[in-house]
Design a protein around this ligand. Structure first.
Ligand SMILES: Cc1cc2nc3c(=O)[nH]c(=O)nc-3n(C[C@H](O)[C@H](O)[C@H](O)COP(=O)(O)O)c2cc1C
Length: 370
């Protein structure tokens, strides 16, 4: 997979998740493996130019977090250009432009999904950025504003003309939010609209099989995963292996899940300090717990941690309590095991018969309307 001059080792991407795709999470995913490119949360171009401390923290990175992209949002071409120049000067590998954010505050200024409605203006903005920097400029969008305004195929044509290096497409409209099924035919139309640049499909991918299904059904050149990476940090490694060999790697054992969660916690404290790191980890740990089997008491205590000590004792208490559900090898007794979640776009004949067809949850909070 190639983005302009940037060579990527796999065609698997992390989708930006505001509030979540920070350095600790990206490093954990890197260590687990399989990722081609990670990304930051969306970053306001103007805040970056003002060297706002929150914006600077969002782009914090290190050598292990490579290659990585920063996602910018903004509607003023000169600001987006200058922010791109700054990011290039500090060694960022790729810049993604947010054209999908449905949040009113972002759209009101002409950024986010409002960009899908004004093709000429958007093309001008992208051209201004492409002309200023050497690094690849990509765009991430939804299919369109609503079902009556599916603009992504037209937008992709104009963006390719002005030099965009790749397109990320979430197969829903802005109006849909996170409801309904990801529209694979809609993604296919976007793939067909692009001449030479890669189109990366996105939406509801939780398993290697669903990644392959999306690629087969749409012809997309790679896939990007957001919530599925929280639900399953092994998704990139396992998908890469599956796409290359056709073989499904075994699900990680419980001890490995706990090891990776603990690593995530340690990195969180390293990057954000004990107090803030613990607060932030309160919303991370329950995602790991979704695959622990019975975990009610853990979810209750982990959302109250304020110190490392609190974390350790929540985990120790949970490990003791969980003993009642495990057999001699430390794994869950069969009846307590959960099957991986399958996205709704999978056809029945592709789906393991006992898989749940539950939708992947959207994290609670101000961004739940994404
Ligand atoms: C909590 C949350 C935050 C998000 N933040 C961003 C963002 O900053 N930029 C963006 O382009 N998309 C954002 N999205 C959309 C995701 O990148 C992705 O397109 C969407 O979640 C569908 O993919 P998934 O089903 O793999 O999660 C966000 C989604 C969620 C749930």
């Amino acid at each position: 997979m190639q983005f302009g001059s940037l060579q990527l080792v796999t065609n698997l991407f992390l989708s930006p998740l505001a509030g979540y795709t920070n350095l600790p999470f990206r490093l954990v995913l890197r260590e687990v493996g399989g990722l081609g490119l990670t990304t930051t949360d969306l970053v306001n171009a103007r805040s970056l130019l003002e060297r706002n401390s929150k914006a600077i923290k969002l782009i914090e990175t290190n050598e292990a977090d490579s290659p990585f992209a920063v996602q910018l949002f903004g509607a003023v071409p000169e600001e987006m250009r200058d922010a791109a120049l700054y990011l290039e000067s500090i060694g960022v590998d790729s810049i993604d432009i947010n054209m999908g954010c449905p949040v009113r505050k972002v759209c009101k200024t002409g950024g986010g999904s409002a960009m899908m409605t004004e093709l000429d203006k958007t093309a001008h903005l992208v051209k201004t950025m492409v002309n200023a920097v050497k690094l690849p400029i990509t765009a991430k969008m939804r299919l369109g504003w609503d079902d009556n305004n599916i603009t992504a195929p037209d937008l992709v044509r104009v963006l390719e003309d002005v030099g965009a290096a790749a397109i990320f497409i979430h197969g829903r409209t802005r109006e849909q939010g996170f409801t309904g099924t990801v529209n694979l035919a809609g993604i296919r139309q976007v793939v067909e609209a692009a001449q030479d640049i890669p189109v990366i499909g996105n939406g509801d991918i939780t398993t290697p099989e669903s990644a392959r299904h999306m690629m087969n059904a749409t012809g997309c050149h790679g896939v990007s995963t957001g919530r599925g990476a929280f639900y399953n940090p092994w998704i990139f490694k396992h998908t890469d292996h599956y796409l290359q060999t056709g073989e499904l790697l075994p699900e990680p054992k419980f001890a490995e899940r706990v090891r990776v969660m603990r690593r995530h916690f340690d990195l969180m404290l390293e990057v954000f300090g004990e107090k803030r790191g613990c607060l932030m980890f309160r919303k991370v740990a329950p995602w790991y717990a979704k695959r622990f089997g019975p975990a009610k008491p853990f979810n209750k205590t982990i959302v109250q941690i304020s110190t490392r000590e609190n974390f350790e004792s929540a985990l120790t208490d949970y490990l003791d309590w969980r003993q009642q559900f495990v057999s001699a090898d430390g794994e869950l007794i069969e009846r307590y095991r959960q099957k991986p979640m399958m996205p709704s776009f999978m056809k029945d004949d592709d789906e393991p018969s006992d898989a749940k067809r539950k939708a992947i949850p959207v994290p609670k909070g101000p961004v739940e309307v994404w």
